[in-house]
Design a protein. Structure first.
Length: 113
């Protein structure tokens, strides 16, 4: 079992930056990737970024060039968000990929114009 917790959300003006930490606990040796998703009001959850144990990273098209995912350790990930836009407003979820996917509770990011 893996438990995931993200934090760092808040209110930021358009053009600003925010960094979201994610920490996984429990059976962390089974984790092979940490990722981020987001869900805006009235929309489906969408892929934001992923960082595998091998160091490979991937990003969703809406965030390419503006967001950066990093791994401090096997169980700690950060999502650095820069040049934020109002359309980046969403609940951001961290997830851990092990045999199965484990999700955090989400952290709200609100970008004001």
């Amino acid at each position: 079992q893996v438990h995931v917790a993200e934090s760092g959300g808040g209110l930021v003006h358009a053009g600003g930056s925010l960094r979201l930490p994610c920490a996984a606990s429990g059976c962390i040796l089974s984790i092979n990737a940490l990722g981020w998703y987001r869900q805006a009001p009235g929309k489906q959850r969408e892929f934001v970024a992923i960082h595998s144990d091998s160091g490979t990273t991937g990003y969703g098209d809406p965030v390419k060039g503006g967001f950066t995912i990093s791994r401090a350790t096997k169980n700690i990930s950060y999502l650095q968000m820069s040049s934020l836009k109002t359309e980046d407003t969403a609940v951001y979820y961290c997830n851990a990929w092990a045999p199965g996917a484990y999700w955090g509770q989400g952290t709200q990011v609100t970008v004001s114009s």
